[in-house]
Structure formats: C-alpha cells, structure tokens
Design a protein around this ligand. Structure first.
Ligand code: NDP
Length: 278
C-alpha cells in the first residue's frame, strides 16, 4: 500500500514528538503512513502547506505559532474549531481546500478526566496564557462543567479578547497578571503559556493556589519543569505535564483522518520511559 502522508507544521518544530506518536498509531492500526515535521515560519506557512498538498500530502497538524493562521486558511471548520477560532488539525477536502478542527480542547479534557481522574465539575480554573493553545482549550473546559474560568495573560488585551469571544460573562473572568497575588485562589491552574518552550521563567505568587489545587502544564518534559517546580513549591496537591494531552489530541486527529481512534496507553507509557505491557 502507498503510505498515507501526514505532517505537522510549526516553528520551531525540530523536537516535535508528533511523528513518533503517529508512527506508533499507524503500526497499531495497520495503516501505513509517513509523518514529517515541517518547519514553517509564519510568513512561509501558507506556501509550504500548499506545496505539501500539491505533492500528495494529506491530513496535517499545526502547532505554535500557526494555529490562528491555519484557521484562516480553512474553507470549512468543525463546530468546535469554529467556536475557538484556532485550528490544530487539517482534514483535506475532496474538492481541494481544508476543513479545520481543534483537538487540543478534547485532548486536554480526556487527559485530565480519563488518565488523571481529575473531576472537572465545579472547578474554579485559572488559565495562564491567551494564545492559540489557551483559546483551543478554554471552551472544552467550560463544556466539561467547570464552575468558572479566569483568564490571565502577560499582554492583558489578549485575555480580554478571548473572554469577549467566549462571551459567558458570569462564568468567564479576566485578571491582570500583575494583580494575581490579590485576585483570589483557584483549585485548577493550567499553564498554557509558551514560557517553558522559550526557556523563560514564569512569575507567579503562591497565593493563587487553593488548598488541594491541581496544576497542569500544557508543555511537557523539560519545558514543563519551571511551572511544575513552582507548583510543587506552592503546595499543589497534584502536578502534571501535557504529554498525555499531546497523545490524546494526536489520537483525535488520527480518528478524523482514518476513522479509527487508536489506543493511547502504550505510546504514552513508551514516551514516559515506562515498561510497556506485552
Ligand atoms: P502561542 O505562541 O499562540 O501563545 C503563547 C502564549 O504564551 C501567549 O499567551 C503568551 O503571552 C504567553 N507567553 C509567552 N512567553 C511568556 C512568558 N515568558 N511569561 C508569560 N507568558 C508568556 O503558543 P500556543 O498557545 O500555541 O502554545 C503555548 C504552549 O502550549 C506551548 O508550550 C505549547 O507547546 C503548549 N501546547 C501543548 C499542547 C499539548 O498537546 N500538550 C497542545 C498545544 C500547545 P503574550 O500574549 O503576552 O505574548
């Protein structure tokens, strides 16, 4: 069989785990595929995506900082992507063009609820960041039944824009980052900033954590160490990185392209460096 061709576009992209995850899904499901990581600075993305499709490329993923741009390049959007305004999964349409999906939100909620058994209902959630990833997950958290969502961002106008877009005034709030020490406390704090990826520190007061708080970093591996070390020092009851979300959003994308959702346990254990059950 000719392998299905897939790719992830982003900038930077060299350390992406997506090729490895999708290769494992292909083996597991018996679907032959090739999955490349394509570096695409924003000004080149549209041309590189076009060239990829012309050369036989199929379903693709999009990561930082291209998710908003990807939304604009799609001729159709799934209902969830249409709400978020950001796209991380591109499905090729038969007549040409792309249908955009967002699997980040469902991926995060599946990881939290099913892998980590975090009950999201009635949680007071603080979302750090208002970029593509934050936009993609905010709606899924609200859909999962959290009590309220507070958004804070280094550049506050982006937090305002996201809250306005969501438009649930009673359940969605915005706080200035600089005022967090006196703004309350939350029992789930989610880091959706790119500070870790960029090797930058993250300046947060311990006072934002409520007793028994859970902290989740969308980044994973060494990029998550700064936030998760802060969370531990601040007394979080549980800390987790975004590796599980990465695997779950990939499984959702695979299901969109191939109509089969692969099992994620084995590849998750493998990426964690755990022995994989026979
Ligand atoms: P974007 O470039 O779209 O947004 C970056 C965000 O990070 C903005 O809110 C930005 O704030 C903020 N930020 C950057 N540097 C700092 C800093 N030093 N201090 C505070 N805030 C900062 O990136 P994405 O939203 O696409 O990605 C964000 C993170 O989420 C990345 O680490 C990415 O790897 C991770 N991610 C993980 C996924 C997974 O499956 N596990 C899926 C998607 C993303 P400002 O607006 O003020 O510049």
């Amino acid at each position: 069989d000719t392998p299905h061709r897939h790719a992830v576009f982003g900038h930077p992209i060299a350390h992406s785990l997506s090729p490895k995850i999708h290769a494992a899904f292909g083996m597991q499901t018996g679907i032959p595929l090739r999955y490349d990581a394509i570096d695409a600075p924003p000004e080149t993305f549209s041309d590189r995506l076009f060239a990829y499709r012309q050369s036989g490329g199929g379903g693709a993923n999009v990561t930082l900082p291209l998710k908003g741009q990807a939304y604009g390049l799609c001729v159709e959007h799934s209902p969830y992507a249409a709400r978020t305004g950001v796209v991380n999964t591109l499905e090729p349409l038969d007549g040409g063009g792309w249908r955009g999906h967002n699997t980040d939100g469902p991926g995060l909620v599946t990881d939290l609820a099913e892998r980590h058994h975090v009950d999201l209902r009635e949680r007071d959630v603080l979302l750090l960041g208002a970029g593509g990833a934050a936009q993609g997950v905010a709606y899924a958290l609200l859909d999962a039944g959290i009590h309220a969502l507070t958004i804070t961002n280094r550049h506050p106008e982006r937090a305002d824009a996201l809250a306005d877009r969501i438009g649930k005034p009673g359940r969605v709030h915005v706080r200035y980052w600089k005022d967090l020490a006196v703004s309350g406390s939350w029992d789930l704090v989610i880091n959706a900033t790119a500070a870790g990826v960029q090797g930058e520190g993250i300046d947060l007061p311990f006072a934002i954590l409520a007793p028994r708080a859970v902290c989740y970093d969308l980044s994973y591996g060494k990029n998550a160490t700064t936030f998760l070390a802060w969370a531990q020092a601040a007394g979080a009851a549980r800390c987790m990185d975004g590796l599980g979300m990465l695997v779950e959003q990939a499984a959702e994308a695979f299901a969109i392209w191939h109509g089969k959702r692969p099992d994620t346990v084995e590849i998750y254990d493998q990426l964690r460096g755990r022995p994989v059950a026979a």
